[in-house]
Design a binder for this molecule. Structure first.
Ligand code: HEM
Ligand code: HEM
Length: 471
């Protein structure tokens, strides 16, 4: 079982191989365009904190641009990139072609139509109000739901055609993630929950499950495939991976109310959310230990393999960000951090330090295998270091600033004082954000080279250890 992921060879015909590669390229390229767009908006938002009167037109107000940034990063960038990788992993680890290439393309169109329509609607001022991460008007969210259903169906169909007896661990995570998200997205549009305290409760449920039952399992699924590939060694413990899968499923769906501590939601529901937030340490530490132990004794390879470096940062982002989340859920700490910029730091530590770095690791490990083209080592290193340093500055600045902000409020200082205290931290966030954005341009260039560039041998110094093992 453990050898499975390193042992399979392409059993596809050349035509099927090409079709799979084109699908991965199409998802990755469109996702990259969304990353560039969404983070250009992110930079503009960041600078508006220092210069609020800059770009004052209605279309460029903070209130419209903020949900455009969050929805475009969630559903344009991260979702598209992860679905492309999930398809590739499903087909490769099952030793078969996609159940339906046509459905994969239909899904791609639906995801993009939803993201474009959602962006335009938000910018024109049409939105579903205070429903975080589901501000798109509901008919548009139905298009996104349709894309999810198509994806789940296609992933299941692909794995059902597998040439092996077992379902490889990655597919548990990616199929689980796609199915759970169909349910979450459905609950999010059903009209009878969307008022009063029910709405608050569903908001917490939706918000946290979007990150915990969609992005997290998809990323973990990619780790379980890409890491053994990059290292040419099996995952440390298959059983631990299965254990983390089930505990994730048991604990995650019930922690959403930690977003609304001290709200009128029943106290027992808030306490339950806190208890399960602590329980989340089990799958988080179990999963992280599994990845780190898979890398044991091979940390020196980090220097030679950028895909591995990106994955390593992603694993650390998962471990540190989620553990931070557990502490953040305690009432005593929520008192300080709730509604402050500390939470924005946590969001970027997790969605950037974990999810985005993991996607980059997956793309750099797998796209060259699909297309035969590798990016230059210079491109990889410039991308890696700019993104790492930029996000480090971003997260540290907001974590310190957010704590000062919370203490100002607790100590009853005038609100304007908390704004003044934040100024320098917002400038640092702008500096970090600029580095992050520049790194995305380099990433886009690297994606171009991997997708359409001249065939470059998968260079021994950068990617030698990700070549498909002869098996
Ligand atoms: C150049 C890179 C980026 C910059 C400069 C940036 C900037 C920002 C800014 C200024 C905000 C609004 C903060 C506030 O309301 O106080 C924000 C919110 C947010 N961004 Fe980004 N961002 C970047 C990349 C990303 C990426 C890649 C993701 C996801 C993959 C992401 C996810 C989010 C989320 C989830 C929020 C809402 C946070 C919350 O409410 O807690 N950002 N970002
Ligand atoms: C599993 C352990 C985790 C726990 C216990 C946890 C806990 C929390 C808590 C308590 C908050 C609310 C902060 C507040 O409103 O004051 C929060 C916010 C957030 N978390 Fe986590 N977190 C975890 C993992 C993650 C992961 C893995 C991601 C991303 C993949 C993530 C993304 C976010 C985002 C985007 C927000 C901002 C939500 C908003 O806009 O209010 N978290 N988290």
């Amino acid at each position: 079982m453990q050898a499975q992921v390193t042992a399979h060879r392409s059993t596809l015909s050349e035509k099927e191989d090409r079709a799979l590669a084109s699908m991965l390229v199409a998802y990755t390229v469109t996702a990259t365009l969304w990353l560039l767009f969404a983070t250009a908006i992110g930079i503009l938002l960041a600078y508006k904190f220092g210069a609020p009167d800059f770009a004052p037109g209605a279309w460029l107000t903070f209130g419209r641009l903020r949900p455009i940034h969050t929805n475009a990063t969630f559903y344009g960038w991260a979702s598209l990139a992860l679905v492309g990788l999930a398809y590739y992993v499903a087909a490769r680890s099952s030793g078969t072609r996609l159940y339906s290439a046509k459905l994969a393309w239909i899904g791609l169109v639906l995801f993009n139509v939803a993201a474009v329509a959602g962006t335009v609607a938000l910018d024109l001022g049409y939105n579903d109000g205070n429903l975080e991460y589901r501000e798109w008007p509901w008919p548009i969210r139905l298009v996104f739901l349709a894309a999810l259903v198509v994806t789940a169906w296609n992933l299941i169909g692909t794995v059902a055609r597998r040439s092996t007896e077992d379902i490889y661990l990655s597919n548990w995570y990616t199929i689980g993630g796609a199915l759970w998200t169909c349910i979450i997205a459905l609950v999010a549009v059903l009209p009878w929950y969307q008022y009063g305290l029910g709405q608050v409760s569903v908001s917490g449920y939706y918000m946290h499950n979007a990150v915990g039952m969609w992005f997290t399992p998809l990323v973990l699924g990619i780790f379980y495939y890409a890491l053994p590939k990059v290292l040419s060694r099996p995952i440390y413990s298959y059983a631990l991976g299965v254990f983390a899968f089930w505990t994730n499923l048991v604990f995650y769906p019930i922690i959403g109310a930690h977003h609304f501590l001290f709200s009128p939601l029943p106290w027992w529901l808030q306490t339950t959310a806190i208890v399960f937030s602590v329980a989340m340490l089990v799958p988080v530490w179990g999963g992280s230990a599994n990845f780190l132990l898979t890398m044991r004794g091979r940390l020196r390879d980090l220097v030679h393999s950028y895909p591995l470096m990106f994955i390593f940062v992603g694993v650390i982002g998962y471990l540190v960000g989620s553990t931070q989340g557990t502490f953040e859920a305690f009432r005593s700490l929520q008192e300080v951090w709730h509604l402050t910029n500390f939470t924005i730091g946590h969001s970027h530590l997790t969605m950037y330090g974990f999810v985005t770095f993991a996607i980059w690791g997956g793309v750099y490990a797998l796209l060259p295998l699909a297309t035969g083209n590798a990016p230059s080592r210079l491109g990889l290193s410039v991308h890696f270091w700019m993104a790492l340093v930029g996000s480090f500055i971003y997260v540290i600045a907001l974590s310190i600033g957010g704590t000062i902000q919370g203490l100002d409020w607790i100590n009853g200082r005038p609100f304007i004082q908390s704004i003044q205290d934040m100024q320098s931290y917002w400038v640092w966030r702008g500096v970090g954000g600029a580095l992050m954005f520049l790194s995305h341009i380099v990433f886009a260039w690297n994606v171009w080279c991997m997708s359409f560039g001249r065939s470059r041998a998968i260079a021994p110094h950068a990617l030698s250890n990700v070549e498909e093992p002869a098996g």
